[in-house]
Ligand binder design. Sequence first.
Ligand SMILES: NCCCC[C@H](N)C(=O)NCC(=O)O
Length: 427
Amino acid sequence: MSAAQPPRATAWLVGVMVALALFGNYYVYDSIGPVADLLQQQRAFSDSQVGLLNAIYSLPNIVLILVGGVLVDRFGAARMTLVTAAVCLAGAALTAFSPNFTGMATGRLLFGIGAETFGIATLAAIADYFGGRSLAFAMGLALAIGRLGSFGADMSPTWFSAAYAQGWQPPLVIATAFAATSFAASLAYWWADRGPRKAGLLPTGRTAERLVWRDLLHFGRAYWYLLALCVLWYSVILAFRSTFSIKYFQHTHGLDLATAGEMNSYVFLAAVFATPAFGWLCDRVGRYAPFLAFGTLMLPIALAVMALTGWSLWVATVLIGISFSLVPAVMWPLASRLVAPNRFGTAIGLMWVAQNAGIGGANLFAGWLNDSAGASAANPAGYAPMMAFFGTASVLGFVCALALWLTAGRRRHEVRAAASPGRAAAG
Ligand SMILES: NCCCC[C@H](N)C(=O)NCC(=O)O
C-alpha cells in the first residue's frame, strides 16, 4: 500500500461505479429463474435443461476462476473488470438471442466464465481504493447493491410485467440491457482509475507475475481457515437458500409457493441494508474475526430452529438474514488483510475455485439425499438427512471461524493488520 492514497471523492466515485457494475451482473446471474416456467411452456425445455442453464455457470469456474484471480493480480482490477464485463455482456446477449438451447447454454457458460473473475476484480478494485479506510463498509455497500440486482431479478415479473406477457425473450433482453449498464459502469471505472494509477496512488504490489502453482500453498494458516469457512458457509447458504429452501418451506411448513418465495426473498432484502451496516460496524469497532464467528454461528442455529422446532419461520429467516449479511461483509475485507496486495486476486480465486466446487457438490448431494429419503409434501421427514447434512457443514464452518479467530483474529492481530493492510498473517 503506498503512503499517499487517491482522494476520497475519487475512491467513492469508483465505489459507485463498481457497485453499479455489480448490480447489472447479479441481475443477469438471477435472470433465469423468473423465466424458467416460460422456457418450459414456450420452448419445451425440461427441468434438467433449465437447471443446466445455471449449473453451467459454476462448473467451468472450478478451474478457470483461479486463472481469473491470477489475471487480476497480473493485469490489475480496472482492466480485468472491463474485459470480464464485456465477456458477461456477450454471454447475456447470446443467452437472450439464441435460437436454441445449445446457444443459450453457451451464453450462460460465457457469462459464468466472465462473471466470477469479474467478481474478484471488483473486490480487488474496492481493496485498491479503500484498503486503509472504511474497507468493510465499502465492500459491504458494493455487495449490497449487487444483492439489489438479485432482488430486482426476483421482482422483475412484477416490475416488467409487460415484457413477461410477451414471452421468455423480452425479460432476457432486459437482462442484456443490465449487462450493458454493467459494462458502461466498468468502462467509467477503468477511465477514472487511469489517473490515480499513473500517479502511483494505488497499491503497487500488483506485478506481472507468472502463475507459480507451488506459490498457491504459501498462504498463511489463517487464510486456509478462511477458505474452508468460505466453502462450507457458501455451500450451505446457496445450496439451501437458492435451491431447496422454497420447496422445503412448502413441504414441511405448509406454505404456498408465493408465500414461500416471499419468505426467501426477505433474506436478500435484509442483506441489502444490513451488509453495509455490518461492514460499517466492523470498521468502527476495528474487529473482524469475532463478527465472522458470530455470523457463522447464526446459520446452524437457524437450521436447527427450522428442522427441530415448531417455531415460526420468521425466527429462522431473521437468523439466516443476519448470517447472509454479516459473513460476506466481513469475509472479503478480512481476506484482503490476510494476504499481500499482489496476491489478493489469486487468494480470492483459490477461495472461489473451492467455493464453486462446494456449491455444486452440496447441491448434488442434498438433491441425492432428498431423492433417497423420498422427501416430499407427503413425507416431510424425508428432508431430515438434507437438514442434518447442512447442519453439520454449517457447524464445521463455525469451527473454522473459531480457529481463524484464535490464529489471526485476536485484537492484537487485527490492530496490526489495520496498521499494515495486506500483511497480517500472510506468512
Ligand atoms: N452472484 C452470485 C454468486 C456469487 C458467487 C461469488 N463467487 C461470490 O462469492 N461472491 C460474493 C458474494 O457474497 O456474493
